[in-house]
Design a protein around this ligand. Structure first.
Ligand SMILES: Cc1ncc(COP(=O)(O)O)c(C=O)c1O
Length: 482
């Protein structure tokens, strides 16, 4: 039996129009023979990646300069790995720190907090159920959270959001600094690695004066899948401790090819970043213009975002959020139809939306192919009036027991599975996250509400994917006797 995976990559992938990650720069420098040059740190005289020495140090130093940081480290574990490294840093630096986080944190932040014994509290946020988009907190929201928790060691903002909305980052940084010079500002900027290269895109975390930025360079910054960068400024970050956190987490056998792809993307963007990112934005604009010709289809734009003016400083123009309020379908169903029948792959879908992300590798004809496919798919599903929209319950109440404590309790002793309908009022012993949008709904140690359960069941009924111990959602794990 041959390898189906090899076959999939060789024969299938190119047949799809992919409006999704990774966004790889096709004409950046390339390694000529990946299989023949696969190599490890045994060949050590040029430098060791885990030590960030030699050619690896030079590559990271050049990246730091380009992205406006004092220091940069390369990740071959995506931003998931970078989040773990930064959280490991926090636990090394502060013991059991308290971090204020936005409500849209990625599951990796939750998991790392649990693993490293980090407490977190949510900064209140909003959700726009028509746009199907998480709306970032205002500077006031962040400041009020700090006043409620003056002992916080750090603030972690997931910015921009998956749908591309960026908070008023500069003002938030200013408010946090006014409150205390000691609070570390970390931005999970997984979706912002291209922002540096266009004046039309929101500012980056480094530009806004944050301390640490985590970027998935593979998502929109031009390198291969799995790669990312951690940037930081030295003022509040102990660089030796960050290196210790890096060494303690990173594989001792990182792929030199993945690291080289980060260096090659950096080199290309240094020379031609503005032009390259400008043409990705142009592709997205063409897509939006053509999609707007489809009757009753709404596309997220400045007009629809006007009502959130006090919360957002800008949005990612490479992203196209398609709103399905007038159509008799969910984004989940339409996504599958587009992939199966038309070979068009959106970045993601949600209850009332599809998200298309323009990339470096899209071809000239892809806009046409895609708009025709969306038009045909929508004519198959038909229209609807008064569609009931769906809003995830974004409560920001504190946990009854901190998630990291629940994570340390012996599972068999403290928890039991109960039918989902009996769960409201009980305390969750597991995390359940619909993916997308990837915003955690049930969280270990938090009290479960009726709205949580209704939301999860609706997502499930309409074909959404749930990260849960029992994805059928018949049962949920709760804490005994509470
Ligand atoms: C906000 C955010 N942070 C971190 C990650 C993890 O990124 P990666 O897939 O590079 O591990 C994601 C993934 O989508 C994300 O959306």
């Amino acid at each position: 039996m041959g390898s189906k995976l090899v076959d999939f990559l060789n024969r299938e992938v190119r047949r799809y129009v992919r409006w999704c990650t990774p966004s790889v720069i096709l004409n950046a420098e390339r390694v000529e023979d990946i299989y023949g040059t696969d190599v490890s740190a045994s060949l050590s005289i040029y430098g060791i990646p885990g030590e960030s020495s030699g050619i690896f140090y030079e590559a990271q130093e050049r990246a730091a300069k380009l992205y406006g940081a004092d220091m940069t480290l390369f990740s071959v574990h995506g931003s998931t790995g970078s989040v773990y490294i930064v959280m490991r840093y926090l636990s090394l630096a502060y013991g059991t720190p308290l971090v204020l986080v936005t409500r849209n944190i990625h599951v990796s932040v939750q998991n790392a907090c649990e693993d490293f014994g980090i407490r977190y509290r949510f900064i209140p946020s909003q959700y726009d159920e028509e746009l199907d988009a998480f709306v970032p907190p205002t500077p006031d929201d962040v400041e009020e959270s700090l006043r409620r928790h003056p002992e916080a060691n750090a603030v972690l903002l997931s910015n921009p959001t998956y749908e591309g909305l960026s908070c008023k980052l500069k003002e938030i940084v200013r408010r946090i600094r006014n409150f205390s010079e000691d609070v570390l500002i970390i931005v999970d900027e997984a979706w912002g690695s291209h922002f540096r290269f266009s004046d039309r895109l929101p500012e980056t975390a480094m530009e806004a004066g944050a301390d640490v930025s985590i970027q998935s360079t593979h998502k929109q910054g031009g390198s291969l899948q799995q790669t990312g960068m951690i940037h930081w400024k030295r003022d509040r970050v102990d660089s030796d401790l960050m290196m210790e956190a890096y060494r303690g987490y990173t594989t001792t056998s990182p792929s030199f090819h993945l690291m080289a792809s980060l260096d090659a993307a950096r080199s290309y963007l240094e020379r031609s970043g503005k032009r390259a990112v400008g043409s990705v934005i142009k592709k997205a604009e063409e897509l939006r213009e053509k999609l707007k010709e489809i009757p009753k289809l709404k596309i997220m734009d400045d007009g629809l975002l006007e009502k959130w003016r006090d919360r957002i400083s800008g949005w990612d123009l490479t992203k196209t959020q398609v709103i399905l309020t007038s159509y008799d379908t969910t984004g989940f169903q339409l996504d599958l139809l587009l992939q199966r029948k038309y070979r068009v792959v959106p970045e993601t879908s949600n209850y009332n939306s599809l998200l298309f992300m323009a990339t470096f590798q899209l071809r000239e004809e892809d806009v046409d192919i895609t708009t025709k496919a969306v038009g045909k798919a929508l004519s198959e599903v038909g229209t609807v009036r008064n569609k009931k929209l769906l809003r995830p319950p974004l409560r920001a109440d504190p946990p009854v027991i901190d998630p990291y404590i629940v994570r340390r309790m012996p599972k068999r002793i403290i928890s039991r599975r109960v039918p989902l309908r009996l769960a409201p009022g009980m305390i969750s012993a597991e995390n359940i996250t619909p993916y997308p949008p990837g915003v955690p709904i049930l969280i270990k140690g938090f009290r479960i509400s009726k709205e949580d359960i209704e939301y999860l069941l609706t997502v499930k009924r309409h074909g959404g994917i749930l990260l849960a111990k029992d994805p059928s959602l018949e049962t949920v794990e709760v804490i005994y006797g509470m």
